[in-house]
Design a protein around this ligand. Sequence first.
Ligand code: SF4
Length: 246
Amino acid sequence: MAMKKAKGLIIEINRECNLNCKFCRVPKDNRRRAFKELESLLENKEMEDVVEYKEGKIKYLGISGGEPLLHPDILRILKLLSTKSDEVVLATNLTILNEKILDALKKLKNIYIQINLPSPNPSTYKKIVGKDTFSVAIKNIKKLTKEVEAYRVAINMVVCKENIDECKNMVKLCSQLNVENLRFHVNVGGNINHKDFLAKTMEAQDYALENDLPLVVRIASEKRREGIIPYITVDKQVYSDLFEAY
Ligand code: SF4
């Protein structure tokens, strides 16, 4: 039987990170992929056996880390990926955005940026990520949403013990920031009472709808299964293939 091909790829380009989130599963070291390695990976003919190509392009290519914006070749990498795929997905904590990177992101019409923002509250944020970078992240999100279409910017909130009561406030913050995509990830590891976590996140979704925020509940209702769901989402756009890849 022919193997079903993947629609896209998410590549870990480095492992270094300036933050230290409590829920992070990336081993902290300084390993990174060289630009040439990425180039040859994407040009490798064998890739076509495992990933679907259409007119020479993959549907989406994602980069994660560590923090990908720390990679010294990030500008070249973004450019390379944008020529090889219909959509480039960048997972970042957005605390080290500089003008050159902003400019590159602005120029990429096929970018989708997922920002790890674990709390709408500066002190909870600091407790979770280990650093006082909340205001930098917010300033950068504002810069980004001015320059890049709002639907291309998503906030990811991993729901954990520290922030479980902050889901509604995160919806409010996203509305103020003009971010249309908000995804709650319910952490499935450890001794977590999933019932409580799902109830809180669903409550925030209902709140988003009641208040007519630019958010629409998608996917969650189809995929919600008590205890086994790794995320639920409040999202204006449907990127179902992306979700399947996680
Ligand atoms: S920002 Fe991402 S890579 Fe860095 S510590 Fe947090 S979860 Fe890990």
